[in-house]
Design a protein around this ligand. Structure first.
Ligand code: M6R
Length: 367
């Protein structure tokens, strides 16, 4: 049932061209310039009135929420807050019937998320679920929603469910922006055409970068700490890269917004510390390159994820991985792929049971 792969995690990473496609199939029409999400349309009055959207989730799903915050604010011009479900539920949050809560969960059974939603629902908020498991508790509790079509995810470390969440969140932002009139036809067209290309771009990364990523994993597998840095839409991907590494290799890793490193983490940098930069072509590129120079000056070991055709970041780095160029809003879907694979190979090299790492459960049904 692992389809010839050594682990479920590897199978699930390699399924992503298909699961990304499945998550937009029937919902995105690049020719007619249309995004169809009937779940969203069914609460469009609430969404158009809402002064803010609150995203509630945990772990990797929380990282998808952070990416969504950037995308929804940019495209829909509405305030978005992203909350850890466990914090949100206990701090007596101020919620009323004008609030829309976006719940993101692979399993649909995460206890903290579920209880946070129940509380918000009692206070009158509208709950919109982005869930993978059909008929799960969160899906049933939601007033409306959209399923991600990642299929069953067995590996404890979330991979294909995360990229499916990103796709659905992008569709959500595009449809809402269209309803609100906050996106130009041209931008809309660029983004849906770009999204339609993502499956083949992910496939390209998996096929052409696998050997490089394996070699990088082999080279750095003995490190005791890693730092992951990114900016803008790729900042949450730095967090996700670090989480994946912690979960399946037991190596300590931290993700940070690249500019924030000067405010503390840079003190960690020495000639033993691998620093993974997400340095793809986007409006932050020059800034990222200068952050890389700062790390290099302190002898940190630079590993970079760069866009095809890159010169500066690739040249600065000791090792680099290439991803295709994409619109900055779509970029996280590509830049996360090499980080998933890097963690996988490091985990395997360190003989960790990557599908079932110690102390972790696939769904956290206790608080
Ligand atoms: O099922 P959920 O999306 O609600 O789960 C949330 C987290 O428990 C989950 O993403 C966890 O962080 C994963 N182990 C990440 O790989």
């Amino acid at each position: 049932e692992k389809g010839g792969y050594e682990h479920f995690m590897l199978k699930e990473i390699f399924e992503q061209p298909q699961t990304i496609f499945d998550s937009f199939r029937g919902r995105l029409d690049a020719e007619q310039l249309r995004v169809t999400l009937s779940g969203l349309d069914s609460i469009s009055d609430k969404l158009l009135k809402a002064r803010r959207i609150i995203i509630v989730s945990c772990g990797t799903s929380w990282h998808a929420g952070l990416v969504a915050e950037y995308i929804i604010e940019e495209l829909c011009r509405v305030n978005v807050e992203v909350e850890y479900a466990s914090e949100f539920r206990y701090r007596n949050p101020i919620i009323d019937e004008n609030d829309v809560i976006l719940a993101i969960s692979q399993s649909g059974e995460t206890a903290d998320t579920l209880v946070a939603l129940e509380t918000a629902k009692k206070q009158g908020a509208t709950i919109f679920g982005i869930v993978n498991v059909v008929g799960s508790s969160i899906a049933r509790l939601a007033d409306a929603g959209v399923y991600t079509h990642a299929g069953p995810e067995i590996g404890v470390a979330s991979t294909k469910a995360f990229t499916a969440q990103l796709v659905v969140l992008q569709l959500f932002a595009l449809r809402l922006a269209q309803l609100k009139g906050t996106i130009s036809d041209e931008r809309f067209k660029t983004l849906i055409e770009g999204l339609a290309k993502v499956p083949e771009q992910v496939d390209w990364i998996l096929k052409t970068q696998k050997a490089t990523i394996r070699a990088i994993a082999d080279k750095y597998r003995g490190s005791s700490d890693f730092l992951y840095l990114g900016r803008g839409y790729n900042f949450p991907i730095a967090l996700e890269g670090a989480l994946k590494l912690k979960e399946i290799s037991y190596i300590h890793a931290e993700g940070y917004p690249a500019a924030e490193m000067k405010h503390g983490p840079i003190a960690l940098v020495d000639e033993t510390l691998p620093v993974v930069f997400i340095a793809t072509q986007d409006p932050f590129y020059e800034k990222i390159v200068s952050n890389m120079q700062e790390i290099k000056a302190r002898k940190g070991r630079l590993i970079a994820v760069v866009s095809e055709g890159d010169t500066q970041a690739a040249e600065l780095a000791e090792d680099y991985i290439v991803v295709p160029q994409a619109d900055e809003i779509l970029a996280p879907l590509l830049s996360v792929i090499p980080l998933q694979l890097l963690s996988y190979y490091i985990g395997v090299e360190r003989a960790v049971d990557v599908d079932k790492p110690r102390n972790l459960a696939k769904s956290v049904t206790v608080e």
